[in-house]
Design a protein around this ligand. Structure first.
Ligand code: ATP
Ligand code: MG
Ligand code: MG
Ligand code: MG
Length: 468
């Protein structure tokens, strides 16, 4: 059975044979791009090549790109543990053409790789095209996809934009039908969010440029940008619809089971899945230089770490355990990503320190949460002041409290939470202005409010690029 490491190589080698330069993954923290929290697709490192601002000595490239989608426009944090196909960290396999080949080559490349190299049964595949893209429709027909399996979609799912302005164009996606034993409907249907029809590959045709006045013109340089999730194609090739059944994810789940002495497939199954996922995102972020903190990228990392730690707690782990899983991750992925080996000691220490600290308040916070809920009617939301107290006194990021409540079918009064936060800020401001240094204080609070002193979650940053 091909491992994820084998599948990554097959992909890169296939495109190398088609004249593509194999380019290493860029780090997860985008260079010179404050608008984007983390790299979330393969095209990010090539942005300037698509716009023609930069040229390199290759016009075709292929990559396996580290991606994190845990904040901003693409946030899959809440999907983890609930869908079979989402991670916060995943690898996106891609091939790119910078003004070189276009639709006529890109579609046959994708089809040949999937059906010949990977040997996937074409009868299980469906494709989607943007509703007006007759050209793509015809090319799919030509490679042998029956017309009734080419679905025209008129939503933004099949029209890609780098941002409000700039390069854009229609895209086409390949879906695999895992069969009617799994819930879900075909793309474009009401049940498309299920896991039966899983999107494996997205191919973008950059052919237009969008201007501020709303007009659009054809680009001189037509380009290709594609992305396929390694874990999704891996699950398929390893005989499952579920990313968490792949060899790499399974090894991490086993490590979690071992460290917590909780059956990997027992009642704690979901916790092991979340832990395995969050282990990867946190470790890769630390390896790329992000450290847990109270704002910006560091706070996103902290939120992911603490969520994982709550799940470890629910498995009954008495002692910190996340750091114990790092060797398994390094065994699985350290060959392809040597930064994990180099960073191993740092990753382990950071996890251990954070978990040791958070453990001091986690138990008491969870107890407070249970007590609060016990006093409320079944359908009442958790009052905002309680969620704020958990945040302020016990170090519970809001989304951790929400994650805990979701399992019980409950939710937080977020307006109340915001109000409690605003009230605390106002109090702090009042306390400050009494100090006689009002001018300085005002400046400080303006900065804090603009950039977020403690509560910058990264949710509101306008992420223009990086989506496929
Ligand atoms: P979905 O609709 O399933 O959320 P998407 O349309 O958001 O996927 P794209 O932005 O098109 O995904 O990314 C390209 C490819 O990357 C997808 O076709 C999929 O194979 C993979 N992918 C996207 N998000 C994730 C994720 N959170 N975890 C694992 N793989 C992903
Ligand atoms: Mg998505
Ligand atoms: Mg999609
Ligand atoms: Mg897509």
């Amino acid at each position: 059975m091909a491992s994820l490491n084998d599948i990554r190589s097959t992909f890169l080698n296939y495109f190398e044979k088609q004249g593509h330069q194999i380019v290493p993954s860029s780090p997860l923290v985008p260079r010179n791009d404050p608008t984007l929290m983390f790299v979330n697709s393969g095209m990010v490192q090539f942005k300037n090549l698509f716009t023609g601002v930069e040229r390199r000595d290759y016009q075709r490239a292929t990559t396996a790109q580290k991606c994190v989608r845990a904040g901003g426009k693409h946030n899959d944090l809440d999907n983890v543990g609930y869908t079979a196909r989402h991670h916060t960290f995943f690898e996106m396999l891609g091939n790119f053409s910078f003004g070189d080949y276009f639709k006529n080559e890109a579609i046959p490349f994708a089809w040949e790789l999937v059906t010949k190299e990977f040997g996937i049964d074409p009868k299980r595949l469906l494709t989607t095209v943007y509703h007006t893209d007759d050209e793509a429709f015809e090319i799919w027909k030509k490679v042998g996809v029956p017309e009734d399996r080419i679905i025209r979609i008129d939503t933004s799912d099949n029209f890609w934009q780098m941002g409000p302005t700039g390069p854009c164009g229609p895209c086409t996606e390949i879906f695999y039908d895992h069969g009617d034993h799994i819930w879900g409907g075909p793309p474009g249907s009401a049940d498309e969010d299920g896991d039966r029809f899983i999107e494996i590959w997205n191919v973008v045709f950059m052919q237009n440029e969008q201007f501020e006045d709303g007009s659009m013109k054809a680009l001189d340089m037509q380009s290709i940008d594609t992305g396929m999730g390694l874990e999704r194609i891996g699950a398929l090739l390893q005989g499952s619809h579920d990313n968490y059944d792949t060899d790499t994810m399974r090894a991490l789940i086993e490590a979690s089971a071992h460290a917590s002495s909780a059956d990997p497939d027992g009642p704690g199954k979901m916790h092991h899945r979340v832990i395995a996922d969050h282990l990867r995102s946190t470790s890769f972020l630390i390896a790329d230089g992000v450290m847990p903190s109270n704002d910006g990228r560091g706070y996103v990392l902290r939120r992911i770490m603490r969520r994982a730690m709550r799940h470890a707690h629910l498995l009954g782990a008495q002692d910190p355990m996340m750091h114990k899983l790092v060797p398994a991750l390094v065994r699985q992925m350290g060959g392809a990503y040597p930064e994990l080996q180099r960073g191993q000691a740092m990753i382990e220490e950071t996890l251990l320190l954070e978990e040791t600290r958070f453990k001091q308040t986690l138990d008491r916070g969870l107890k407070l949460l249970d007590d609060e809920l016990a006093d409320l009617p079944e359908d009442a939301p958790l009052p905002g002041e309680a969620a704020f107290k958990l945040y302020d006194t016990y170090g519970f990021p809001l989304d951790l409290t929400q994650d805990a409540l979701r399992e019980k079918g409950r939710f937080v009064d977020t307006d109340g939470f915001d109000a409690a936060m605003a009230e605390q800020k106002a109090k702090a401001r009042a306390a400050w202005s009494g100090s006689g240094e009002a001018a300085d204080a005002t400046v400080w609070f303006d900065i804090a409010e603009k950039h977020g002193a403690t509560d910058f979650l990264g949710y509101d940053t306008e992420e223009a690029e990086g989506q496929i």
